[in-house]
Design a protein around this ligand. Structure first.
Ligand code: FAD
Length: 499
């Protein structure tokens, strides 16, 4: 009996060691990503500035500059889709998706101006002739690939903005998004090298070929390599348990020959099941588990086609796991105390972090607030309460609605309740992790900063890529706008240099 316990302890220690080492995927620091972005997008202007071309008007230089930077920015969108840990590992999926959406909008708006700016001087001299030239740009075969690229881009951006209102399954929208992205970059590159004043030859021509090769590489990694990984290294569903109303816990274990996953508590994976183990069908789910425990656990709420049938999956179903991703972890964020806040199914990563703190016998004070719509929506309530015997843990279960038999608190997680949770802790040395619906995350993040938590110790994750309005979201938007302005300044400098 003792021997078996020792063996289990050794296995636990081995998993711990492996997880400590293996979870260190290469992730570029945020400032490096922020610096690389304008460099990559403005690089075509540097190549163009070296080209000896026939002198032309400032308007034509500006139009060309917008086209060059716009095309490079579209290429950059391929690696800001949240799938490359190298790029988004430290930023987190929320920030990367916020950037992806904002950049898409700017690029589309500026590229719509690309043909218009070319005709401004003609239009100013003779409006009818200017309009005629604009129509010619859109109809002449010479410019066809550029028009195709522009329309594909517009369809992609408008389709994404209206996605929730379209009668399309998420997977169909995603497939269309992929096809339109490939058409945009392919046709855009063709347009640049076939009609571009600066791109026909020389270093810039080589740059565009390299960009094309990189885009092909990205698609091959996302849909080829990952598809192979999902099928060659399958996991198996070991159990499905109903945790709460419309909420299920899945336990999956690596199949024979599949290596364990090295991750940090709080990260997420892209999951597929059965014969649909193809990246187009994957869904993101937080790991509700500790890397010190074997296998993976997920808490899934019924929300649509895929999740509604999660409770009926047969035991033994092959599961595809691609990950880990995300920065919603305690790694790199030290603190003397930990505040965990969950709303609804946001409990999934919070439960993972709590299980990890228990597994590591963490001695720091932990406060956990869990808000749900109804008392029957609380998932893992017993386990959380049991964790109080191991950890220095205080909990608050908050139901929005009161129902007969509920003797806990009701209402919202407002500033007073948060202040109460922080009682006895030094806010400046407390690290907070918040996961839940958008409005709740916004309100809680703002309140915690007001209560003295440093903004770099307030971390959050939303499950729906929705636009946030918290102070941290606004600060992020300000920084992203700064990146956009840097690109505009680069184009202005290019025009000044070339005219
Ligand atoms: C980082 C992250 C972690 C998440 N962790 C969890 C978790 O631990 N537990 C949980 O229950 N839910 C989690 N979600 C949400 C979960 O991924 C969606 O609820 C699920 O994908 C819905 O799929 P569906 O087919 O059932 O519903 P659908 O009707 O297809 O979609 C409902 C909504 O879910 C979103 N969604 C659907 N498919 C995807 C997809 N492939 N990628 C991104 N968003 C999608 C869309 O906003 C869509 O409008 C997480 C989401 C993110 C972004």
């Amino acid at each position: 009996m003792q021997g078996r316990q020792e063996a289990a302890d050794k296995e636990d220690a081995a998993i711990g060691e492996r997880s400590k080492d293996g979870a260190r995927t290469l992730r570029l620091p945020t400032w490096v990503v922020a610096a690389l972005y304008p460099v990559a997008c403005l690089a075509p202007l540097l190549f163009a500035a070296k080209r000896d071309v026939v002198p032309t008007s400032g308007w034509a230089i500006a139009a060309a500059g917008i086209g060059l930077v716009g095309l490079a920015s579209i290429a950059a969108q391929f690696v800001t889709s949240g799938r490359f840990e190298l790029v988004s590992g430290r930023l987190g999926i929320d920030r990367v998706m916020a950037f992806h959406k904002m950049a898409a909008l700017w690029v589309t708006l500026t590229l719509l101006l690309h043909p218009v700016i070319y005709v401004v001087p003609t239009f100013l001299a003779d409006p009818a002739l200017g309009a005629e030239r604009l129509v010619a740009y859109h109809t002449l075969p010479h410019y066809r690939s550029g028009v195709v690229a522009l329309w594909a881009l517009v369809f992609m951006v408008v389709g994404s903005a209206l996605r929730e209102h379209l009668p399309l399954r998420y997977e169909a929208w995603r497939a269309a998004h992929l096809v339109l992205a490939v058409v945009t970059i392919g046709a855009g590159l063709h347009h640049a090298v076939s009609v571009g004043r600066f791109s026909a030859a020389g270093g810039l021509n080589g740059y565009w070929w390299a960009v094309g090769a990189a885009a092909v590489g990205v698609v091959a990694i996302l849909y080829g390599l990952r598809w192979a990984g999902l099928n060659l290294r399958p996991w198996r569903l070991v159990s499905v348990t109903k945790l709460a109303d419309q909420m299920w816990e899945l336990n999956v274990q690596p199949a024979k020959g599949t290596p364990p996953l090295f991750y940090h508590a709080g990260q997420f994976v892209w999951m597929t099941e059965g014969v649909r183990r193809f990246p187009l069908f994957d869904h993101p789910f937080s790991i509700a588990d500790s890397p010190l425990r074997p296998g993976l656990s997920f808490v899934v709420k019924e929300a649509g086609d895929f999740t509604n049938q999660i409770g009926t999956l047969a035991i033994g179903t092959p599961i595809g796991i691609d990950g880990p991703y995300g920065s919603f972890t305690l790694e790199d964020h030290d603190g003397d105390a930990i505040l965990l806040i969950a709303g609804g199914v946001g409990i999934a990563p919070i439960l993972g972090i709590l299980r990890d703190l228990v597994a590591r016998d963490d001695r720091r004070p932990v406060r956990l607030a869990y808000a749900a719509g109804h008392p029957e929506n609380f998932a893992g309530k017993n386990e959380i309460e049991v964790a109080r015997s191991t950890l220095d843990l205080e909990t608050l279960f908050l139901s929005e609605e009161d129902t007969p038999g509920w003797d806990g608190e009701t209402g919202r997680l407002d500033a007073d309740r948060l202040s109460e949770m922080l009682r006895g802790l030094d806010p400046a040395r407390t690290v907070a992790l918040i996961c839940g619906p958008g409005p709740m995350v916004t309100a809680v993040a703002d309140n915690l900063i007001d209560l003295g938590l440093p903004s770099d110790r307030v971390m959050y994750e939303r499950f729906d890529y929705s636009e946030g309005t918290s102070r941290l979201d606004r600060r992020l938007k300000g920084r992203l706008t700064g990146l956009g302005l840097a690109l505009l300044a680069g184009i202005a400098a290019f025009v000044a240099l070339m005219t």
